[in-house]
Design a protein around this ligand. Structure first.
Ligand SMILES: *Cc1c(COP(=O)(O)O)cnc(C)c1O
Length: 489
């Protein structure tokens, strides 16, 4: 069963939690208990079968055949190569490549599964309404969600992205999505404003009633939805199994992971894997210049009212990390009262936690950040040292990992979660690799990166510049609710 981080709703089934997306009166759904899953019992299984074992205990009200067919996506050719999430040896550490899905970012690992999770969830309730999925994106979620939901019967999706705040490839990926049920809105604002506006729509009773009359209900494809986090737990088990198989980690010994972080969903999934018994030691949280989380771990104060920076790792340009609420829920000893006081709107995005909670946070997570110059340097240095090209997000993680090793001398085997293909951010990657190079445009950069590295451009990024673009709506954050009403009300 699932309960709210703020104590205002509990005893919900998986279907209810996934259908609702978030607790209507505020708060996020979390599992009431964590099933124990012994990694040894998963040895020798395929990714698809590991996914089934990890997800089943959390989907208690799903028929087993439904879960079996949902996880088939990991073996039906949707992900390129045999292994959807290979652990690649680079230097003394491992890189967990999570970007072999259709949109070349790790969001596919969950968003190729979420539409089916939602479909089964609705069926469990005999709901016959259509679903309207609203998504705020800092770049990668948008395309991955559009791909997952396009042409799904009974489902419509609207993606809100910050105008000018995403990379050219990310933008073109979204605007060239096919499907009659897909809509894209460029918002004159940043990601946090997009996300806040979407959360307000979920909380709006009047809008909900209006859409109900049209036989529509809202749901979310952002990582506030439990259905997004659950498939992400799988690849931490997978990484550990690979590390043992490759002889990098002795059976049962601990492994560290580094997670380039924005909304804290990916990191939270790693923590949930640990709660289920996976031998993870340190979970390292890597931020870019928007280092609100690094400051939190240093001071115990979460201060989101600060300058917002647009960086070369745009998918991490986030100051209000939604899933951090789930983390604090666990770190406070599941104290819903405290979580509610911290996330009270009157705090205006700033709060400080008690010493015991802060101590628990620091015991679990090491936090660091990298600035723009360090990120570019890391791309170049890693290429020289390992002949391996990081995208800017993963380069942030690499730099923070280097700092962590220097500071702690910790030699534990570490897997770095690689969240995007470097081709999604080609011009900045080229800038990192060779300061003198400059490309006429992003499309030339893609080809040049391919020539330089000998790596193939991911299928989903080929020919983007020639594809027809769909009509893009435009709005200021304050108009988003109204726009949704005009489009669907
Ligand atoms: C979304 C994203 C992140 C941040 O992940 P969170 O789960 O939001 O913390 C990091 N890197 C890339 C490339 C992403 O698309």
């Amino acid at each position: 069963m699932y309960e709210s981080t703020r104590g205002n709703l509990n005893g919900q089934t998986a279907s209810q939690a996934i259908t609702l997306g978030m607790v209507p009166s505020g708060g996020l759904f979390v599992p009431s208990t964590f099933p124990n899953l012994n990694w040894q019992d998963l040895q020798g299984l395929t990714y698809r079968d590991v996914a089934k074992q990890v997800m089943m205990p959390y989907l208690a009200d799903f028929p087993e055949e439904a879960v079996s067919s949902i996880v088939d996506v990991y073996r039906d050719g949707t992900f390129d190569g045999e292994d959807p999430a290979p652990l690649v040896s680079v230097g003394k550490f491992g890189v967990l490549e999570l970007w072999h899905g259709p949109t070349a970012a790790f969001k596919d690992m969950a968003l190729q599964v979420l539409p089916d999770l939602l479909k089964v969830s609705l069926k469990q309730f005999n709901r016959d309404e259509d679903v309207l999925i609203l998504v705020a994106t800092s770049g990668d979620t948008g395309k991955a969600a559009l791909e997952g939901f396009k042409n799904r019967k009974g489902m419509h999706i609207v993606v809100f992205y910050p105008d000018g705040g995403v990379s050219p490839v990310q933008e073109r990926q979204m605007t060239t999505t096919e499907g009659s049920n897909t809509h894209v809105v460029a918002v004159k604002g940043n990601f946090d404003q997009c996300q806040t506006a979407v959360k307000q729509i979920f909380a709006s009773e009047s809008l909900k009633r209006r859409l109900q009359e049209k036989n529509l209900i809202f749901s979310s494809a952002n990582s506030i939805n439990w259905g997004r986090l659950l498939p992400q737990i799988v690849y931490y088990y997978w990484a550990y199994l690979q590390a043992v198989k490759q002889g990098k980690v002795a059976a049962g010994s601990a492994m560290n992971v580094v997670v380039p972080t924005g909304n804290f969903g990916n990191l939270q999934a790693a923590y949930y894997a640990k709660c289920m018994g996976l031998p993870l030691d340190k979970i390292i949280c890597a931020s870019n210049t928007n280092n609100v989380l690094t400051d939190f771990f240093a001071t115990g104060v979460y201060q989101s009212q600060r300058t917002f920076y647009q960086t070369i790792s745009p998918s991490m340009d986030i100051l209000v990390s939604s899933n951090f609420e789930r983390f604090l829920y666990e770190m406070s000893g599941r104290d819903a009262e405290k979580v509610r006081s911290w996330y009270d709107a009157s705090n205006q995005g700033m709060f400080s936690v008690d010493d015991a909670t802060l101590k628990a946070c620091r015991n679990t997570v090491y936090a660091g950040w990298a600035n723009e110059e360090e990120t570019l340097e890391t791309i170049a240095k890693s290429y020289q040292a390992y002949n391996y090209v990081f995208d800017p997000h993963t380069a942030v993680a690499m730099k923070v990992y280097d700092d962590y090793v220097s500071a702690t001398k910790d030699q534990t085997f570490t897997a770095i979660a690689s969240t995007a293909s470097p081709f999604k951010f080609s011009s900045n990657v080229i800038r990192g690799l060779d300061q003198r190079e400059s490309c006429a445009d992003e499309w030339e950069a893609l080809n040049r990166l391919s020539m330089l590295t000998g790596w193939k451009i991911p299928a989903g990024l080929q020919g983007l510049e020639k594809k027809p673009e769909k009509r893009v709506h435009s709005a200021i954050p304050e108009e988003i609710a109204q726009l949704v009403q005009i489009m669907f009300g």
